[in-house]
Design a binder for this molecule. Sequence first.
Ligand SMILES: NC(=O)c1ccc[n+]([C@@H]2O[C@H](COP(=O)([O-])OP(=O)(O)OC[C@H]3O[C@@H](n4cnc5c(N)ncnc54)[C@H](OP(=O)(O)O)[C@@H]3O)[C@@H](O)[C@H]2O)c1
Length: 344
Amino acid sequence: MPRHDPTTHGLTRRGFIRGGTAVALAGTASACSRGDEVKVRPEGVPVSAFDKKTSATEAIAGVDLSGKTVLVTGATSGLGLESMRVLAGAGANVLGTGRTLAKAREACASVGARCTPLELELESLDSVRACADAVRALGMPLDVLMLNAGIMSLPKLEQARGLEKQFAVNHLGHFLLAHRLLDQVKAAPQGRVVTMSSSAYKWAPPVGIEFDNLSGEREYDGNKAYGISKTANGLFSIELARRLAGTSATSNSVNPGAVDTNLMRNLPGWQRTIFTPIARFLVKPVGVGAATQVYVAAAPALAQVSGYYFEDCNPVVPGGQMTNATLAQQLWAKSEELCAGYLA
Ligand SMILES: NC(=O)c1ccc[n+]([C@@H]2O[C@H](COP(=O)([O-])OP(=O)(O)OC[C@H]3O[C@@H](n4cnc5c(N)ncnc54)[C@H](OP(=O)(O)O)[C@@H]3O)[C@@H](O)[C@H]2O)c1
């Protein structure tokens, strides 16, 4: 069983052993309806029997992840912590990141066996590089890279390296992490990159990404900036899928739905006071909210599924700019430019 050394990145390879998985496949479909909202299903992608009430544990019941290695970013809270718990429960060895090693250790200890803490501060490309290098030093395949950490709707403009902070944390830090760990994902028998997006991609402006305003300084709005960052997560995922074509690795994005987590911590206090009690009746508990990302990470039925966006454990076609392949390539090129000096 992998344990951490007392140093931040003193990981060892011992204990990481690969294994297989098994789960059922429900069939195929091209359209579905939920309430008065019509969802379009992409053609030819397996549809599961799961829905918005399925828990993460149920979504991968019977799947044996023994010997698989999974990295979950933002494993100290909410969906990341629950994903780490459920994936480790299914037998995976999980590298769980926290913004500090102390937080990551605490989260890993709360789950117990098979979890190894890692420090990762996505605002800092130096921290991202150090985290990735520690994982690379393990010299072993990465079966799942779950890009989960995130911040939402910062009320006032904050920046990291001159970039609007939600774009920097939610997208760019994860872009660099994935870039530096991609060879390990490709080295797995069937590696998967799972990127957390959100239906809040709808909060982005019609152009999707404001390349001329990545600093966020022009007409800052916290929700718009979150929407841009979540559009960037979706675009990153489809461009990565394109680049992974012909390999055994896949890339998909996930909207978990509205889930009761700490994500709204940045809202002003008065908004949290009003919204939180109401939200508790409307949102998914975290054990259910994590179902889709865990399902996309582990379901054998999705072994050859790449380039899709999932909600409630099933693929749907998102709107906005989320399927704009040209924009996705433009974002990739810009992201490489912004990570110059850190990519090699
Ligand atoms: N909850 C929802 O309703 C919802 C809906 C749609 C999409 N999502 C997405 O789901 C993902 C998980 O969110 P959540 O709801 O579980 O929120 P959460 O409870 O706030 O957890 C977010 C995690 O990200 C970490 N994080 C924040 N800033 C970071 C940084 N700069 N560097 C590294 N890690 C950082 C947090 O660490 P600290 O605790 O140390 O800050 C925490 O572990 C996010 O990508 C979010 O956009 C959530």
